[in-house]
Design a protein around this ligand. Structure first.
Ligand SMILES: *Cc1c(COP(=O)(O)O)cnc(C)c1O
Length: 366
């Protein structure tokens, strides 16, 4: 019997498994969702108001050009609105970039512990992901550049990277770009850019203006606390924006999402509060867990990658935390089974994590 078959590559995709949303805790116990890098503070109240107000015009199609939001983003970042393309989360834009620029016979270079969406995007387009090894959980510019050949159409780089929390410096980013042929598109996924305070970090927006082969993607899912809206954007050279605008759905960003994101962008106090919260608790959590004897990989984002004494210990720690209502992310899918990724949450969540990990360690060494 024959049946419809998906195109080559589709069934090679390992389905993306998101962070767990349920704990094994007792009913009624407080739950700390620390598995998906969501904002613990939630979005701006102004964004919620705008979202609700948009309920009055749900019979109308959204602005397909996302004009108001693109204009506000351009102003906010000092960039050109014509180069901005919005999407249903930046995930959609990453997939569309792969679809536009890579196909069967082409290669897409990604980094060893890079975001798991990249191989999915490459394979969905029929292209082959090629993996560059990392050094100490950091993108190795030399290794990435060394794998780029005539068939390489795209390089996906998360900077900072999820799940490692590491970043490459402005100098390294320029060096990587300098090693790419002009026909290879460098996609810099800067989903966590708003959190980074390091002086030697570059979000890449200026590079988009300087080169025809650099795209930067950003999102409202992290610092702005609007993951449920699904709103990401890409800053692109004119020719890339033109390609994306041809393939994207004409109404790929919903009207309530546009309204809420516009309001969120205008609430700079709220964004600053989210940044300050992270700047306080990220180093605190790292120091406390280090103090308990664990290896904490340096992070500039809103989560940390913590290394336990092997895969079994990490799984047991995760189960213990879950029984106490604390949900963390397992890293098996990333090839880091000895690690857990823990997002920065509210103060009480952070204190609960440290207490629970201390208890776990005390129990397992007893
Ligand atoms: C969370 C995340 C995104 C954001 O995806 P959205 O589709 O915009 O929610 C993009 N890239 C990385 C590396 C992320 O961790």
């Amino acid at each position: 019997m024959s049946a419809p078959a998906p195109l080559p590559g589709i069934l090679d995709i390992k389905p993306y498994v998101g962070g767990a949303s349920r704990a094994t805790a007792q009913p009624g116990m407080r739950i700390a969702r620390l598995a998906s890098n969501e904002s613990p503070l939630g979005p701006s109240p102004r964004a919620i108001e705008a979202f609700k107000a948009a309920a009055d015009s749900l019979h109308l199609y959204p602005d397909g050009g996302v004009g108001a939001l693109r204009g506000a983003l351009a102003e906010h970042h000092g960039i050109d609105a014509a180069g901005i393309v919005c999407g249903n989360g930046s995930d959609e834009l990453l997939a569309l970039l792969a679809k536009c620029y890579a196909g069967p016979g082409d290669e897409v270079v990604i980094s060893e512990f890079g975001f798991l969406i990249y191989p999915i995007a490459a394979r969905s387009a029929g292209a082959a992901p090629v993996v560059a090894p990392e050094r100490q959980l950091r993108v190795d510019v030399e290794a990435v550049a060394g794998l780029v050949g005539a068939d390489t159409k795209l390089v996906f780089l998360a900077n900072p990277n999820n799940p490692t929390g590491s970043y490459i410096t402005a100098v390294e980013l320029r060096e990587l770009h300098g090693r790419l042929p002009p026909e290879t598109l460098l996609v810099i996924d800067a989903a966590y850019a708003e959190y980074v305070t390091a002086d030697d970090y570059d979000d890449g927006l200026r590079m988009v203006e300087a080169f025809d082969n650099v795209v930067v993607t950003r999102t409202f899912s992290k610092l702005y606390g609007l993951a449920g809206l699904r709103l990401g954007w890409a800053y692109c050279p004119a020719a890339v924006a033109d390609a994306l605008n041809r393939v994207r759905g004409p109404f790929n960003v919903t009207a309530p999402s546009q309204a809420a994101a516009l309001a969120a962008l205008g609430d700079t106090d709220n964004a600053a509060a989210a940044r300050d919260h992270n700047a306080r608790w990220l180093p605190w959590l790292g120091a406390e867990l280090t103090g308990l004897g664990l290896t904490v990989h340096p992070s500039v984002a809103n989560f940390i990658l913590v290394e336990f004494a092997g895969a079994a210990a990490a799984a047991a720690a995760r189960a213990h935390l879950s029984s106490l209502g604390i949900i963390t992310r397992e890293m098996d899918g990333y090839g880091l089974p000895g690690c857990l990724r823990i997002a920065i949450g509210l103060e009480e969540d952070m204190r609960a994590v440290v207490a629970a990990v201390a208890e776990f360690i005390a129990r397992s060494t007893a």
